[in-house]
Design a protein around this ligand. Structure first.
Ligand code: DX5
Ligand code: ZN
Length: 221
């Protein structure tokens, strides 16, 4: 099994002070930076692009940057994020006409490749893609906004993907995104997740270190 990763989603950070927010959350023990890219087309919201990723690198951020593309199409923007310092790039399979090609593109640029599944999206493409990817990202909310409630059916889906990953024998991470809190993360970990995105549970709260360590302790318990 993989080590536990806490990946705060900067969607809930104070964008007027983003460099300091990211420094603070990493100093608090977070492992990755989760970077939500929304295009007002694939999802009904608009956020940030490669320029902001590059700005975080120039600011001195050395942690992995986990780019979650909620854009359609995906291929044109992937090289820009690789050049901007992304280490992980995931996309929703229905947003690419050629999923295998998009995954190869991400890997050819030296990044880890992930596929993202919405709450109602079937896992079919994993039948052919599990041997190609580095991580699976399961959405436990509908993409587009932070601060939504965890959808309970994601637990069964986690168990299903965990079984597929274990059967594959490959070192694939299982990431969960949406509504993850200190009080449900233990159950989510038991269902098979090893990589946890959390936005509103961390940013805007007074004590990042307290929340990150509470989450890690709950996963370890
Ligand atoms: C939603 C994003 C999430 C979001 C999570 O489309 O992919 O990463 O920021 O936010 P919380 O943790 O508040 O549900
Ligand atoms: Zn996300």
């Amino acid at each position: 099994t993989q080590s536990t990763v806490i990946a705060p989603s900067i969607l809930s950070a104070n964008f007027a002070n983003l460099g300091e927010e990211v420094d603070n959350v990493l100093a608090a023990g977070a492992d990755w930076v989760h970077f939500d890219v929304m295009d007002n087309h694939y999802v009904p919201n608009l956020t940030i692009g490669p320029l902001v990723c590059e700005a975080l690198r120039k600011h001195g951020v050395t942690a992995p940057i986990d780019v979650h593309l909620m854009v359609e199409p995906v291929d044109r923007i992937i090289p820009d994020f690789a050049a901007a310092g992304a280490t992980h790039i995931s996309f929703h399979p229905e947003a690419s006409k050629h999923v295998h090609r998009s995954v190869q593109l991400i890997k050819s640029l030296g990044c880890q490749a992930g596929l993202v599944f919405n709450p109602a999206t079937p896992l079919d493409v994993l039948d052919y893609m599990l041997g190609e990817i580095d991580y699976v990202l399961l959405m436990s909310v509908n993409p587009g906004f932070g601060g939504q409630a965890f959808i309970p059916s994601a637990l069964d889906k986690l168990r299903q993907v965990r079984a597929m990953i274990d059967a594959s024998g490959r070192p694939i991470r299982l990431e969960i995104d949406g509504g993850v809190k200190p009080d449900n993360i233990a159950e989510i970990a038991r269902a098979g997740a090893d990589t946890f995105v959390a936005g509103s549970a961390i940013f805007g709260k007074p004590d990042y270190a307290g929340i990150v360590s509470q989450m890690k302790a709950a996963v370890a318990a």
